[in-house]
Write a protein that binds this ligand. Structure first.
Ligand SMILES: [Zn+2]
Length: 351
């Protein structure tokens, strides 16, 4: 007998970006209709028992970004800095997309502002959106936009994406590289950390340099979190976490969400979708060993990366849960990885 799939709350997707980016193209789609490209829409989420997650607000360096992520990483213009006004305008479009989904869903999708609201939404078999900012370019040096975005529902911020901004340096998309690639937090970056701590906004370390990671670790009073990063000892990509970083996350009782991007999973860093689900299980087992059972979650990067073909999209999540079971993960641990650990760390962050 196969056990059912527990509810899955996921640490990272780029679905809002895809919905906005595809407008006016032949890939234009609705969140409510099932299509067979991209990764998340409500029908496929329901098939996979995905009950919600962190929806990223990410601003492309180039407005006409259309390339597949595999080739996009080779083009330096995709990593150029974004002016604040441009970032805020694009972020408004992404938030508006989330608001439009909530409005059209007539109670089936909730833009959540607290962990309590996420728990209630999931308990009623509805879908929970939590807004996360990936790279804080939209926030001005006086932090007025931070207050405004908080009121719009923003509850998690990665101070930097893989490009420089006024808060910090980001890690490049580089395989066979240490994450120690640039400077850490600026003075404004330190102020952002303090404000997020005070307001109850989670800080995400997924794209920050190693120096920036240690700056946040020294300053932040909250658990350390990487919403969508993997194990550097298995896949030596600059985006992944070294054993030393994992030890600091464990010490803070933080959480790491496992990223399904093949290039952050595979030992050879290649972009092949022909990648067995076992590699995700290997990262999960390693993280459980280093962080304990309360420190591991999922951070799919759905709609922002190339995933193993056996997973395909959100509807394939039960196959990943089965792979974890087959590797000997118990039901209690699987539930923690599937949603409980995200909800616990969000609560402990004051959300
Ligand atoms: Zn990312």
């Amino acid at each position: 007998m196969t056990a059912s799939t527990p509810k899955i709350f996921d640490g990272h997707n780029d679905t809002l970006l895809k919905l906005v980016m595809h407008r006016g193209t032949k890939k234009e789609r609705s969140f409510f209709e099932r299509v067979d490209y991209d990764h998340i829409d409500l029908p496929r989420a329901k098939e996979g028992n995905l009950c919600g997650g962190f929806f990223a607000l990410w601003v492309p360096s180039q407005r006409d970004l259309k390339a597949d992520m595999g080739t996009a990483h080779d083009d330096p213009s995709n990593f150029s800095c974004v002016p604040q006004e441009t970032a805020l305008a694009y972020t408004s479009q992404l938030i508006s997309q989330a608001v439009q989904i909530e409005r059209a869903a007539k109670g089936e999708v909730i833009l959540c502002r607290s962990t309590r609201e996420i728990r209630e939404t999931a308990a009623q078999d509805k879908f929970a959106i939590l807004l996360h900012m990936e790279g804080a370019e939209a926030i001005d040096p006086d932090f007025a936009a931070l207050d405004m975005l908080y009121e719009a529902g923003l509850r998690s911020i990665g101070p930097v994406w893989s490009r420089q901004n006024i808060f910090a340096d980001g890690v490049p998309m580089r395989f066979n590289s240490s994450p120690d690639t640039g400077s850490g937090l600026t003075e404004k970056g330190r102020e952002l950390v303090r404000r997020c701590n005070d307001m109850g906004v989670m800080l995400d370390m997924s794209h920050i340099t190693e120096k920036g990671f240690w700056d946040v670790a020294a300053l932040s009073t909250k658990p350390l979190v990487a919403t969508h990063s993997n194990v550097h000892a298995i896949c030596p990509h600059a985006r992944n976490l070294t054993d030393k970083q994992l030890a600091a996350i464990a010490e803070s009782k933080g959480v790491v969400g496992i990223n399904f991007a093949v290039s952050f999973l595979r030992e050879d860093g290649s972009w092949s979708a022909d990648t067995p689900l076992d590699i995700i299980v290997r990262h999960a087992a390693y993280l459980v060993e280093k962080l304990g059972e309360d420190g591991v979650a999922l951070g799919s990067d759905f709609d922002g990366c190339r995933v193993p073909k056996d997973l395909k999209d959100a509807s394939g999540l039960p196959r990943l849960i089965d792979a974890l079971r087959a590797a000997g993960f118990g039901e209690e641990l699987i539930e923690k990885i599937a949603h409980k650990n995200w909800w616990s760390v969000l609560e402990r962050t004051g959300i």
